[in-house]
Design a binder for this molecule. Structure first.
Ligand SMILES: Nc1ccn([C@@H]2O[C@H](COP(=O)(O)OP(=O)(O)OP(=O)(O)O)[C@@H](O)[C@H]2O)c(=O)n1
Ligand SMILES: O=C(CO)[C@H](O)[C@H](O)COP(=O)(O)O
Length: 428
């Protein structure tokens, strides 16, 4: 576990290139925002979009000394995951984070260490609403030497909701452009009841007719800024709902968007464990098989890939034809098959690329290097040499958070049963 404040114990490491990550879905949604897709059909032009992240709370309900947004999950602060989720969305131009003066330096260390880009920091307020207002002011004011400019649409998202996906961001932004305001909602888990002053039930709400308001929310900037400028001290002190401010002060009825279950707010200590499990599950969902044999060649390596696809039916198994792209899309698990040469050339190439990308600064990257050696043509001495070589590589790359495992298949002749056993052994 990292100590708080972070960054004090060592130099900032180079982080991964997180900006500009795009898969097919991201490209499609970016084109929606740029007016080339459904947005264009609905008459939308591309709005300039910025985001404000309130991150100035103390996390009392978490019950630990470190404010929850800075609590480590897999040794990386929670807020860094949220920033990553937003900054990988190419159409969000600026991200303004509100933090306390006390945590300003620590926040700068996090930005540097994990190489977050396009982030501006402002001082938070004593309540969440005041922190958001400070973030909006930074976007509204054209200050000299300030690179921020007023967006058409602003997203407001809690720093402690790390699992926000591009599709829901796109939905709230598109709806905000049309309706003035929009926010993610979820069905209620429990019924909401109103107690009377004597602690007895006054009335209860019909659960099916109500929803929980979650984040992200998005607003036409002028609407929410006007609402914050007009709202009372009581609102700023005790209010918890930005959509309500837009309704009360600008008469804007927010469009409500169904969100995913992962949008929940990390609030209690158990939420940190839940978040860790979700992250682990996500990074275990994709395996990339890299091999040095040509695709049309009949080789056991290809059968290994086939078998992985069949055995691991919840996991996306891709072949590493465009490795650079796969690394950019943040795959953390690799099976590297060396068939052409006996000196781990393919593995070495992969390790170099991984090290250059700095991907492993975010999570450990697992590489299983499989080498098939023909029993008849490779002498026993070479087998031992190969084993020693992979151990040396493993020691070296462990320093950069890459976990390398070697699997040497010294086979007398090809047998499907043998390969199946290997696959079971390694991946069960
Ligand atoms: N003065 C404040 C209070 C809260 N927040 C931020 O608003 C988000 C949601 O608020 P909440 O979950 O209530 O956070 P805390 O106030 O930190 O938690 P608690 O209520 O348990 O103290 C968090 O990202 C939090 O850091 C903020 O920017 N400024
Ligand atoms: O869920 C929300 C939608 O409005 C807010 O995140 C929530 O209201 C924040 O309130 P608090 O700071 O009191 O937890």
């Amino acid at each position: 576990m990292e100590s708080w404040p972070p960054g004090g114990s060592g130099p900032a490491e180079a982080g991964p290139r997180l900006r500009g990550l795009r898969g097919a879905d991201l490209a499609a949604s970016a084109s929606l925002l740029s007016g080339a897709g459904a947005g264009a059909e609905a008459g939308c032009s591309a709005p300039a979009v910025a985001a404000v992240l309130p991150a100035g709370g103390s996390g009392e309900r978490m019950g630990v000394p470190t404010p929850k947004q800075f609590c480590p999950i897999l040794e990386r602060p929670l807020i860094s995951y949220t920033l990553q989720a937003l900054e990988r969305v190419s159409w969000i131009k600026d991200i303004v984070v509100a933090v306390t003066g006390e945590n300003m330096e620590a926040m700068k260390c996090i930005i540097q260490r994990y190489q977050h880009k396009g982030i501006s920091l402002v001082e938070s307020g004593v309540t969440r609403h005041r922190s958001i207002f400070n973030g909006l002011k930074a976007l509204a004011e054209d200050q000299p030497n300030c690179r921020l400019s007023k967006p058409e649409v602003v997203i407001i998202h809690d720093a402690v909701r790390p699992f926000v996906e591009e599709d829901v961001l796109l939905k709230v932004v598109t709806a905000a452009k049309e309706h003035g305001a929009a926010g993610a909602i979820r069905p209620l888990v429990s019924t909401v009841i109103s107690p009377s002053v004597d602690g007895c039930l006054d009335h209860s709400l019909e659960r099916a007719r109500h929803r929980a308001s979650e984040m992200p929310q998005a607003f036409l900037f002028d609407v929410i800024y006007e609402a914050y400028q007009q709202c009372s001290d009581y609102d700023l002190e005790f209010g918890t709902e930005c959509l309500h401010l837009a309704l009360k002060y600008c008469h804007i009825k927010a469009k409500l968007i169904e969100g995913s279950p992962d949008l929940w707010k990390v609030t209690y200590k158990r939420d940190l464990y839940a978040a860790e499990s979700i992250i682990k599950e996500r990074i275990s969902q994709q395996i990339c098989v890299v091999m040095d044999a040509k695709e049309d060649e009949e080789h056991v390596g290809h059968r290994l890939e086939e078998m992985l696809k069949n055995e691991l039916n919840h996991v996306k198994v891709t072949s590493g034809r465009d490795l650079q792209q796969i690394i950019l899309e943040q795959c953390y698990n690799f099976v590297c098959v060396n068939v052409m040469t006996s000196d781990f050339e393919e593995t070495q190439k992969l390790l170099n690329m991984l090290e250059e990308s700095n991907l492993s600064i975010l999570y450990p990257v697992v590489v299983i290097s499989v080498q098939f050696l023909d029993y008849e043509s490779v002498p026993f001495g070479q087998k031992m040499e190969n084993l020693m070589q992979i151990r040396e590589f493993a020691k070296e790359v462990k320093k950069t958070n890459i976990l390398l495992y070697g699997l040497l298949v010294y086979y007398p002749q090809w047998e499907t049963g043998l390969l199946k056993a290997i696959v079971d052994l390694v991946f069960s």
